[in-house]
Design a protein around this ligand. Sequence first.
Ligand code: ADP
Ligand code: MG
Length: 239
Amino acid sequence: MNETTPTLLVNDLRFSYPDGHQALNGVDVVIRRGEKVALVGPNGAGKSTLILHLNGILNGGEQVQIAGMPTTRKNLPQIRAKVGLVFQNPDDQLFSPTVFEDVAFGPLHMGLPEDEVRRRVGYALAQVGMGDFAGRLSHHLSIGQKKRIAIATVLSMDPEILVLDEPSAGLDPRARRALINLLDELPLTMLVSTHDMLMVRELFPRMIIMDEGRVVADGKTAVLLEDTTLLESHGLEKP
Ligand SMILES: Nc1ncnc2c1ncn2[C@@H]1O[C@H](COP(=O)(O)OP(=O)(O)O)[C@@H](O)[C@H]1O
Ligand SMILES: [Mg+2]
């Protein structure tokens, strides 16, 4: 990879679900290293479907590339290590008895030595401000804490890009604030789908609007948020 290779390249991605519903109708996205990008649009726009293609849960083949590597079947183990995908519901991500085991799962699965696994778990938990939680039971945590642990489970993989699907949905104001501060501080390339337009304005210099399986706008958040006609025609509101 050289300096000009984007961290994420999506080229004319099309996808229909088995029932025939076409959820993606030719999506193009380029994200460069260090960018923090919001993905917005009404329910059913295709945001989650796009996100599921980024680490090969849905197969994007050559149409989706991570740091120059196509998401073809043979590359999937490496792709899964490069793309830190955090699902909307942390219960879909946390399945081990303890926080330590959940955060260690990815690095262990990569075959890293035990010392390195411990080092990564410690680092990931510290990054999300949960350094004291390694021995706790994942399913006893609050939703805000679970969300942070879910983020730690992908940070421990040292990903090229962090991809979050509606991370602030269902959080109380304090947990939401903690999440926003965390995302602000993490020095990572990220793509974050959300309906939280206040968070978009505060955190993301660039915003991509999807509707009906297409990208309908992609540009500076400050500019797009002034375009009331554009926002209204895609079910969005200026915060
Ligand atoms: N498993 C599925 N089977 C069939 N259609 C689906 C499935 N998941 C999502 N869809 C449809 O695909 C479209 C895009 O959905 P989705 O990607 O979840 O949108 P968003 O995340 O923007 O709300 C919607 O019309 C939705 O109903
Ligand atoms: Mg969704």
